[in-house]
Design a protein around this ligand. Structure first.
Ligand SMILES: [Zn+2]
Ligand SMILES: [Zn+2]
Length: 88
């Protein structure tokens, strides 16, 4: 993950590893970038991620948050999309 940066595509806010996101199904709070947008509580996948920055607060596709060397990011996004198609 060294060559990949995660940031809001709209305002460049960078997640700091805290559990800002909460699931609307089981109310788990977690860091959505640790689990590639999947709720660790119930397995629901959140394909859109909301920015935590108060002046932004916008939803963007989860995959748009990843930025880095093309090949690396493409591979990572493919892995994430594959993990989404597997249900727990
Ligand atoms: Zn933002
Ligand atoms: Zn959940």
């Amino acid at each position: 993950m060294d060559n990949i940066r995660i940031r809001c595509p709209k305002c460049e806010w960078e997640p700091d590893g805290r559990p800002y996101w909460s699931c609307d199904r089981c109310f788990t709070c977690w860091d959505t970038f640790k689990t590639a947008a999947r709720c660790p509580g119930c397995g629901k996948v959140f394909k859109d991620t909301q920015c935590v920055d108060e002046s932004c607060n916008k939803f963007s596709p989860h995959l748009d948050w990843y930025e880095g060397l093309d090949g690396v990011v493409v591979t990572l996004k493919k892995e994430i999309e594959e993990s989404w198609s597997v249900s727990k």
